[in-house]
Write a protein that binds this ligand. Structure first.
Ligand code: MG
Length: 170
């Protein structure tokens, strides 16, 4: 399988079918933070996001923030949402994925990751063997390195012809 190809492609975290993930025996959903939950340069959590995470918990899924950003930024958001977090996750490297799976006593098949970047979130998730869900980035502003990756992403996405909401293939 192409390591850059997500299992599911959605418009945003609000469009993901969390009930379906639960039915498919997913227990933990890892969330990238920057440009997946909130824009890169902002640290505000609005009510829509709070309600979404409450819904996700009520469904029976455990959301965990899994971000390459430093602790301070991650902790602030995780505390507001009252969820666990992993900072400096080093995606697409897999050792922190593996550590988390072991720590929570999970099987790979019980974990999914949602993120906006093919070269970190999706590649890392696929390498470790969990379900991967790509969402569109929230903000147009990206740091330089991300901007470079975006150009490569666009090329790949146009070649892959990714269909949205391909849940049946999970
Ligand atoms: Mg991101």
């Amino acid at each position: 399988m192409n390591k850059l190809l997500p299992h599911i492609y959605e418009e945003s975290i609000f469009k993901v079918d969390y009930d379906y993930l639960f039915k498919k025996n997913i227990k933990v959903v890892l969330f990238d933070l920057d440009n997946t939950i909130i824009p890169d340069n902002i640290c505000e959590i609005n009510n829509d996001i709070k309600m979404l995470f409450n819904n996700i918990k009520n469904i029976g899924l455990k959301p965990i923030i899994f971000s390459n950003s430093p602790k301070k930024r991650i902790k602030k958001v995780a505390d507001i949402l009252d969820i666990d977090y992993v900072y400096l996750a080093c995606k697409p490297l897999t050792f922190k994925f593996k550590r988390l799976i072991k720590k929570y006593g999970l099987k790979k098949s019980e974990v999914a990751i949602i993120g906006d970047q093919l070269f970190t979130d999706i590649k890392g998730g696929n390498k470790v063997g969990i379900k991967t869900i790509l969402v569109k980035p929230i903000s147009e502003y990206d740091p330089f390195l991300t901007r470079f990756n975006r150009m490569r992403e666009k090329k790949i996405l146009s070649k892959l012809d990714i269909k949205e909401s391909n849940y049946e293939e999970m």
